[in-house]
Design a protein around this ligand. Structure first.
Ligand code: GLU
Length: 373
């Protein structure tokens, strides 16, 4: 079963959580890294390219600042990351060079992936590194990032990177064995779910909140990451990172952790980027008829079906598309600004020019820029 899904995998993203990378005293665990290097070197010999998304900068920088607990303020966190990031890379370099692997540091902010040109630029750099046989080690650029530009957690970052580099598999190495039917810390009957084909509300409930004191994410953010890559037609595996050989066994198709099967109807890269990387700047509420033609027939959104505009946004912004009851059912990139839409809504496309004095086209959102959620 798993073997079938892994057959075509040539490029993987491996996300390493702070909890597996650092030991009890918050130092980086060199033993873990040398084992990881060994496993990735073996995969490379088998023709599989790897991009690593690694947490651990903040955790590794904490001791230098004399912090025993998680940093409380943002500047403290950023200072810890500044110290820790170079320690982190040094540890990667030392461990990976033992296996003749070269690593490269890549620090990203959300903005780098939201802007299409920067997205493409980041992508070419990563492609070039991979072509040279180098292993990119990506982290969020914690030292400069501000709240609004944050990926939030590295689980989310790893999902977006999977889309960025067009990997066929995301492996999240964490300190939990996989997705359980219930919280194993409080429920003794909880068992691991070996395969997930679709993420339901029940699964999301079972995933609960954050588990450890070092990482930012819990099972909930991992599930959200898996959901994102599934929509992109990519598989994900969440498994225990500390156990030696887990990665190798997961890649061999053994039943470790939880595997998430790719969605059958997947989004292309651009639509995935619209749905998951861009941040909506406002929303457009449509009437029942428009909802029907968008949702069922995959048409473009015309001004005539628009009831109401919320928020201020420019042409080219990403917006939420809401059903008459206010529920979001799609997202898309608008061809008109919020002020223009306010004036042309409920009118026929043929009237656009008369109302605005110009026209970009008939649609407010062209169907190529519209993603149903
Ligand atoms: N970027 C953070 C770090 O390197 C980790 C964020 C996360 O674990 O989600 O410490």
């Amino acid at each position: 079963m798993r073997k079938g899904l892994l057959k075509k995998v040539r490029r993987i993203v491996v996300k390493i959580g702070s909890g597996v990378l650092t030991s009890e005293d918050n130092g980086i665990d060199p033993l873990f890294l040398s084992r990881l290097a060994g496993e990735l070197a073996q995969l490379r010999a088998d023709g599989i390219e790897t991009v690593v998304v690694s947490s651990g900068a903040v955790a590794a920088g904490r001791p230098a600042l004399g912090l025993t607990d998680r940093p409380k303020t943002l500047p403290q966190k950023q200072a810890a990351a500044a110290v820790g990031q170079s320690r982190l890379m040094r540890a990667y370099e030392e461990a990976f060079s033992q296996q003749d692997l070269t690593v490269a540091q890549v620090l990203l902010t959300r903005d780098d992936l939201v802007n299409r040109r920067r997205f493409q630029n980041a992508r070419s750099t990563l492609d070039t590194l991979l072509a040279y046989g180098i292993v990119p080690v990506i982290n969020e650029n914690d030292t400069v990032v501000v709240d609004e530009l944050k990926f939030g957690d590295n689980d989310n970052l790893s999902a977006l990177v999977t889309n960025l580099v067009e990997a066929q598999l995301l492996i999240i190495l964490t300190d939990i064995d996989g997705l359980y039917t219930a919280d194993p810390r409080t429920d003794a009957t909880a068992t691991i779910i070996p395969m997930v084909r679709g993420i339901t509300k029940d699964l999301e409930r079972a995933a609960g909140g954050s588990g450890t004191s070092v990482g930012t994410g819990g099972m909930a953010t991992k599930l959200a990451a898996a959901k994102k890559v599934m929509r992109y037609g990519v598989a994900a595996i969440i498994c225990a990172g500390k156990t030696p050989g887990t990665l190798t066994r997961a890649m061999a198709g053994e039943e470790v952790g939880t595997m998430f099967a790719p969605a059958e109807r997947s989004l292309n890269r651009r639509k995935h980027w619209i749905a998951f990387t861009l941040r909506p700047a406002g929303s457009i509420r449509v009437d029942a008829g428009a909802r029907e033609v968008l949702a069922r027939h995959g048409r473009s959104l015309l001004p005539s079906g628009i009831e109401k505009v919320e928020g201020r946004f420019e042409r080219g912004a990403c917006v939420r598309v809401l059903a008459p009851d206010g529920a979001e059912f799609a997202r898309g990139i608008v061809d008109y600004s919020s002020q223009e839409i306010e004036r042309i809504c409920r009118h026929k496309s043929s009237e656009i020019e008369e109302i605005l004095g110009f026209r970009y086209g008939d649609d407010v959102i062209h169907r190529d820029n519209l993603v149903l959620l």
